[in-house]
Design a binder for this molecule. Structure first.
Ligand SMILES: Cc1cc2nc3c(=O)[nH]c(=O)nc-3n(C[C@H](O)[C@H](O)[C@H](O)COP(=O)(O)O)c2cc1C
Length: 206
């Protein structure tokens, strides 16, 4: 698939077919991740793949938000007024656990920390964090080119503590998000993607 086509095909989906992703495909996708630009040349990234459903249950310490009213309240508290954005949250919030549990492949990416992530002293303190997100975008695009879509979720503090206690990763590695990948259900819900006119966003020479 051509790169621009993969960029167009990549969408966030949260409804997966009950179909595993073959390990050789996962390896291909992660190899594309490992080609991403990196701040210090070393690509100190590790990937924990959790495809055993019992193991998933052990590491996932979160629930779907089942109440419409609770979702509305959360969006109001964040001051969200855009109707497309609110529509996306109504699709996403009831699936935060189930999308991870039901995906064909659940990846926990880790990057090596140089400084405490939550206490940066300058912009370059965040280089490791920025680099792993370049890796994650490569993974999502490579997956799209294989017909595999998915979603990233940012874990809450208690989820991270639970994962640390469960899998016992080293203290100097951090997980920026979960990556759930898989084959989309035919009726997978797609929020309206904001279409942005490039003419509105470029500022030439000034
Ligand atoms: C940094 C980042 C954090 C995100 N966090 C979540 C999340 O916690 N839960 C979720 O369901 N989707 C999450 N997403 C997916 C976004 O909701 C999605 O990318 C956005 O709505 C645009 O839709 P699209 O990817 O289909 O274009 C995240 C995406 C990014 C890049």
């Amino acid at each position: 698939m051509e790169l621009y086509e993969a960029i167009e095909k990549r969408r966030t989906i949260r409804d997966f077919q009950d179909k595993p992703v073959k390990l050789e495909i996962i390896k291909r996708i992660l190899t594309a991740g490992l080609k991403a630009p990196t701040n210090n040349h070393l690509r100190e990234w590790e990937f924990v793949i959790v495809n055993d459903k019992n193991e998933r249950l052990k590491i996932l310490n979160l629930k779907d938000m089942t109440s419409y009213a609770e979702c509305e309240k959360m969006m109001d508290s964040y001051g969200m007024t855009d109707s497309d954005q609110r529509g996306m949250y109504h699709i996403a919030m009831p699936k935060q656990f189930s999308m991870l549990y039901n995906s064909g492949c659940l990846i926990l990416p880790f990057f090596k920390l140089r400084e405490p992530l939550m206490h940066p002293t300058c912009l370059s303190s965040l280089n490791e964090f920025a680099s792993i997100w370049c890796c994650i975008e490569n993974i999502l695009l490579a997956a799209a080119s294989e017909g595999i879509l998915g979603v990233t979720r940012i874990p809450m503090e208690e989820e991270l503590n639970h994962i640390k206690n469960t899998i016992g990763h080293p203290d100097n590695y951090a997980m920026p998000c979960y990556i759930a990948l898989g084959y989309p259900k035919e009726d997978a819900k797609l929020p309206i993607q904001k279409v942005i006119n490039i003419e509105d966003r470029i500022h030439i020479n000034h």
